[in-house]
Design a protein around this ligand. Structure first.
Ligand SMILES: [Zn+2]
Length: 99
């Protein structure tokens, strides 16, 4: 049996019987306002910007400039996550129970 753990509710997901959902979040700094900036130019510009900073600043900025993370979610958490992709607090008490 292949199992995974839901990163949100910590429930064990039995991959042979249940669907596991993988959420990949990619956060990157956007330089310029034009979508015609291709990825290589983007990276070159990022490198130029980083070269002008000292190493502490470089580390901080490069972490902020690009971050990619993946999470495993069970079906129930995928549904709840899908309702609030940006994690914006609605003011109502969040319900983390399994319904
Ligand atoms: Zn879950």
């Amino acid at each position: 049996m292949i199992t995974f753990t839901c990163d949100r509710c910590k429930k064990t997901i039995d991959a042979t019987n249940e669907i596991r959902f993988v959420v990949s979040i990619e956060v990157q700094a956007a330089f310029g306002t034009d979508e015609t900036i291709v990825e290589n130019e983007h990276l070159e510009h990022l490198t130029e910007v980083l070269d002008e900073l000292d190493s502490d600043e470089q580390e901080e900025i490069s972490h902020q400039a690009y971050e990619k993370r993946s999470f495993d979610l069970c079906d129930s958490c995928r549904e709840q996550y899908g309702r609030n992709l940006l994690g914006v607090e609605t003011g109502a008490a969040l319900d983390f129970s399994d319904n």
